[in-house]
Write a protein that binds this ligand. Sequence first.
Ligand SMILES: Nc1ncnc2c1ncn2[C@@H]1O[C@H](COP(=O)(O)OP(=O)(O)OP(=O)(O)O)[C@@H](O)[C@H]1O
Ligand SMILES: Nc1ncnc2c1ncn2[C@@H]1O[C@H](COP(=O)(O)OP(=O)(O)OP(=O)(O)O)[C@@H](O)[C@H]1O
Ligand SMILES: [Mg+2]
Ligand SMILES: [Mg+2]
Lengths: 233, 233
Amino acid sequence: VLKVNNLNKSYITGNITIQALEDINLEIRKGELVAIVGPSGSGKTTLINCLGALDFPDAGQVIYNVNNNGEGHDITEMKNQEQKNMRLKKIGLIFQFYNLFPVLTAYENVELPALIAKIKPKSRKNKVEELLKLVGLGERIEHYPTQLSGGEQQRVTIARSLVNDPLILLADEPTGELDTETTLQIMKIFLQLKDNGHSILMVTHNDRIAQAADRILTLTDGKIIAERKAGKH
Amino acid sequence: VLKVNNLNKSYITGNITIQALEDINLEIRKGELVAIVGPSGSGKTTLINCLGALDFPDAGQVIYNVNNNGEGHDITEMKNQEQKNMRLKKIGLIFQFYNLFPVLTAYENVELPALIAKIKPKSRKNKVEELLKLVGLGERIEHYPTQLSGGEQQRVTIARSLVNDPLILLADEPTGELDTETTLQIMKIFLQLKDNGHSILMVTHNDRIAQAADRILTLTDGKIIAERKAGKH
Ligand SMILES: Nc1ncnc2c1ncn2[C@@H]1O[C@H](COP(=O)(O)OP(=O)(O)OP(=O)(O)O)[C@@H](O)[C@H]1O
Ligand SMILES: Nc1ncnc2c1ncn2[C@@H]1O[C@H](COP(=O)(O)OP(=O)(O)OP(=O)(O)O)[C@@H](O)[C@H]1O
Ligand SMILES: [Mg+2]
Ligand SMILES: [Mg+2]
């Protein structure tokens, strides 16, 4: 589903160069849940941004839909419109911050990607309501983000990332604002997606969540320094 | 240091009324570290906002500096300028989101409350540099928030909340973006503050952090439903 080759990314601020990612190689298979862990500043958000074509690596390839011959669509080679199309229909995104439009209600925020993808009104409505109910926010659909708690905003974001049934979900700290119980509810949703053949790449600081993944990649100072199979859940 | 009597707060959205806080009573003593835990949407942020005079309760009192006769300064009765003064010099604040000014560097963000409090330039510089070093960001002082990772932004926020040596720190999820190791470093800082006679009221989803507190208050549906003494650390 996703293959990353020799990804490198640095930021230059004044005369300081920060090597945010160095020689990253990884692959995600269909139906796999992979956790990325690592200290603050280790490059996790930078990695997610490069994989979602929101930031551009200095070098390397990010290939989606890899077939048996090792060929697929390298997102770093796509035009802007093609990348947007990938993000709209194939990749679900959950950012670490600033996910929701403050001027749209919870319902409208979740609906927006489906609207852009030209999903018919009736199917859109059913999907949006089903997802908001799934994350426990059926009673809050008319609220604006400023009228929602931190965890409620995060749950609206999770619902929105799933509205177009993406083949892979890239999630940066999807449960960072949630209490233990709500986190477990969200993990159930993710495991269900996985059983339905979707893939998930998830950054997390929560060791318990990382344990629910099939594999855990540890990032430190921009490099993957370890990979281990997690215990069964 | 802080006494809260019968605090009530509701939000009215259209024709829905949400009782975010109901009959909250609590007190914090000098040198005490109190954790507030509870599910998403239970009222934790609303409580912190009322205690910091950033939101106004429908009823109840929020009294600081309570003396032996039970008298002190009720922040709900203060004029705007007095409240601002309290927040500048007596109360340190860490919000769940949007803490930093994007147009100021890490250094300038931490310095701002000291600048407003008219601290002399030399003492300001020493304090700001000392605090940024304490949170592990000595190398990032010229960076803007958009050039910092989520956890780095959170650490700048923690440094800023301490710059005017507040008698009480109100922190809403201060380590929500941090990995385990960085979280432990921050908790060491908080325990040090506590030993120096400062008080801390901290919202957290992290049970391990809650265990480091002197007391844990559990909030559910706007009410404090439990209070327990935490284990020793
Ligand atoms: N401005 C607002 N208008 C309407 N309702 C609000 C507003 N702010 C908060 N609420 C509601 O009040 C309740 C408490 O919100 P609060 O932000 O205090 O929860 P919280 O405990 O901090 O949750 P979380 O752990 O998710 O951050 C929630 O149900 C929320 O939807
Ligand atoms: N736009 C930018 N300009 C300059 N440096 C940046 C920029 N964005 C990130 N960095 C730096 O790159 C490094 C990696 O940042 P990144 O946001 O990927 O870390 P992270 O692993 O997500 O951290 P956290 O767990 O704190 O969210 C950090 O040292 C950060 O300061
Ligand atoms: Mg990050
Ligand atoms: Mg909150």
